[in-house]
Design a protein. Structure first.
Ligand SMILES: *Cc1c(COP(=O)(O)O)cnc(C)c1O
Length: 234
């Protein structure tokens, strides 16, 4: 019999169009919860704290595709570089450079795990109304793509854009923010990545807004509490 986690997982997956992948956000939930989803076929999991990801990665199946979704401090990149598949929230050249450096150093280990030697990353775009110190504004992101020497970093691959919508019940506002991110993605693809098919990911949509996100170009939805239940922050 399916567990509650497995039922919720199936429910979300059934609502996703074929081209949209689910990142099951397992932060603050135990490895046993991840295994329930794993046993139902889920392979992509997202975590937001380095130590927690380390602990889980070490005890869980090797074919899990780990995504790092939170704010990543430069001094912690080295811990996850050997096994991480996608880093969702890059918002500075300094962080990108450090990921590049650590990808280079972890190349042998990444290859031995069957991973791409390049670490794929997404640029975090700030489209929500809340004040936050994380993420590029669209203007900053454009300036970054125009002027930062990111093309010289050979061990990272900018694979798309990530954003979070405002924390609100206003579906229209959320839709507008995702539409803004989608327009930015399309502009960036045309202007900076025209010959790079690897620039293809739009990471938006969480438990409360993933159905809106898939109407606005999302290719990766990050759903946590709807599948795993409320988080215990204690
Ligand atoms: C926690 C988190 C999620 C998942 O949020 P839910 O509302 O539990 O689905 C998605 N994205 C990011 C960046 C997060 O930190």
């Amino acid at each position: 019999m399916a567990t509650i986690i497995q039922e919720r997982l199936a429910e979300v997956k059934n609502r996703l169009p074929e081209e949209v992948r689910l990142v099951a956000i397992s932060k603050y939930h135990p490895a046993s919860a991840i295994l329930e989803a794993y046993d139902a076929g889920q392979r992509i999991f997202g975590e937001s704290r380095v130590q927690e990801l380390q602990d889980k990665q070490q005890c869980l199946p090797a074919d899990i595709e780990w995504h790092f979704i939170g704010h990543l401090q430069s001094n912690k990149v080295k811990y996850i570089a050997p096994y991480v598949s996608l880093i969702h929230a890059v918002d500075s050249f300094r962080l990108l450079e450090e990921i590049n450096h650590r990808a280079q150093r972890a190349e042998t280990e990444r290859l031995s795990r069957g991973l791409s030697p390049k670490i794929r990353v997404l640029l975090q775009l700030h489209v929500a109304q809340e004040e936050t110190k994380f993420g590029f504004t669209p203007e900053e992101c454009k300036a970054f793509l125009d002027s930062a020497p990111w093309r010289q970093l050979e061990h990272v691959e900018i694979a798309g854009i990530m954003c979070m919508a405002s924390f609100t019940d206003n579906a229209e506002q959320i839709a507008q923010e995702f539409a803004q991110a989608e327009a930015f993605f399309k502009m960036a693809k045309q202007r900076y990545f025209a010959d790079a098919p690897s620039f293809c990911e739009c990471s938006w949509g969480m438990s409360d807004d993933y159905l809106i996100a898939i109407e606005h170009g999302s290719t990766l939805v990050r759903v946590g509490s709807y599948i795993f239940g409320p988080r215990n922050y204690a």
